[in-house]
Design a binder for this molecule. Structure first.
Ligand code: DAH
Length: 372
């Protein structure tokens, strides 16, 4: 049987990345072309994309409470907005170029939608949502992808209402969870820490026998408000990860599917409703190992970046399978396994061998490690 696959050109992304202003070969820039070219895709604004459907569903909940949505703010932000205004310490790991995409020393691809709290608070907004794409250098597996989407919410209260904040925060977010997952889900609150809220909480729901983190939230730290010129006021904030929720609600098994152009994926969501995804294919994975002696500056995210750059969405997972210290030289050797698998078609051995060869060469040239 010949499978007919229709690629919809309309879904191809048109990058709005300002290459002139932020050349990718500039000093301190660690953004690869395959990331830059997806800036501006705005999956969360496509009405028949699972992320767009979910965003609308969340908006439906907040809009009657007077929240205004901002879903077209540029993901290119200053380190001041992404970190400093949110009290993220100057030595925090999330600022490291191994974790964050820098366009230059003071400009990043936002790592969270919280990066917009300051500017919106400054313009006097009291109830708002921010939805958008966020970027993190991270591991490669079925639930991690360097671009994902978040939705942020902020509500500021009048002085005489301030004793309500914490209880209203928890009540509203429990109602939101019920709005998304149904009346009968089991939930629990976990105390946690974020630099920009005090106190801070996470909401988890019981899903198929496991606790799943749905969102982070808290009472906005007074310093965050003071920096935005709102020192007399108080309020709450929360942030949700859209892919994580959508993978559960639509039963989407792999995060790469959100980026597929395959019509067999997209036509399932034509109704604009939350429906269960029916997998259309499962092709076998192909595993390749790569072993090398580490040089001091090695970070696994640099390997991940190379594999993605070479193989794009054909890489499903990269993980450490062996870690060894040579007894005489004291040198460390790592062996990583790479799982290649397409979401849409079967791959040939030659194709994978070619990719793996390019990965091996790039690892040597770009990372200066010695292959074993
Ligand atoms: N920015 C957090 C993250 O990316 C999520 C978050 C937590 C947002 C608490 C908030 C908040 O507004 O109050 O992990």
């Amino acid at each position: 049987m010949i499978l007919r696959r229709v690629w919809r050109c309309t879904r191809r992304s048109f990058s709005s990345f300002p290459y002139n202003r932020y050349p990718l070969d500039a000093p301190n820039c660690n953004v690869p072309r395959n990331i830059a070219k997806r800036v501006g895709t705005n999956l969360h604004r496509q009405p028949q994309h699972p992320l767009g459907i979910l965003q609308r569903r969340i908006l439906e909940f907040w809009q009657p409470h007077g929240f205004q949505l901002y879903d077209q703010l540029s993901p290119i932000v200053s380190t001041t907005h992404n970190f400093d205004h949110l009290r993220i310490p100057s030595d925090h790991v999330s600022r490291s170029p191994s974790d964050t995409y820098y366009l230059n020393a003071t400009t990043v691809l936002r790592t969270h939608t919280s990066a917009h709290q300051h500017e919106l608070l400054k313009t006097g907004q009291n109830r708002f949502l921010v939805a958008g794409d966020v970027y993190r250098r991270d591991e490669i597996d079925r639930s991690h992808y360097p671009i994902f989407h978040q939705m942020e919410g902020v509500k500021i209260f009048a002085p005489h209402e301030q004793n309500l904040i914490q209880s209203e925060l928890k009540e509203s977010l429990e109602q939101l969870a019920e709005h998304l997952f149904g009346q009968h889900i089991t939930k629990r609150w976990i105390d946690t820490y974020f630099p920009f809220t005090e106190p801070s909480f996470e909401l988890e729901i019981l899903f198929e026998g496991e606790w799943l983190e749905v969102l982070g939230c808290g009472v906005i730290h007074p310093e965050v408000l003071a920096k935005a010129g709102r020192g007399e006021q108080m309020g709450y904030a929360f942030g949700l990860g859209l892919e994580r929720l959508a993978m559960v609600l639509f039963q989407i098994p792999d995060i790469r599917l959100f980026w597929t152009h395959d019509e067999r994926f997209h036509r399932q969501f034509a109704s604009g409703e939350i429906v269960r995804f029916e997998p259309y294919s499962k092709f076998p994975p192909c595993f390749k190992d790569i072993s090398f002696w580490l040089e001091s500056a090695f970070h696994v995210n640099d390997l991940n970046e190379i594999v993605r750059d070479v193989a794009g969405d054909l890489v499903e997972r990269v993980w450490l399978i062996d870690d060894f210290v040579h007894p005489k030289t004291g040198k460390t050797s790592h062996c990583y396994r790479i799982a290649y698998r397409s979401m849409d078609r079967s791959l040939t051995n030659e194709e994978i061998d070619d990719l793996q060869e390019v990965v091996r060469n790039r690892v040597v040239n770009d990372l200066g490690v010695i292959l074993r």
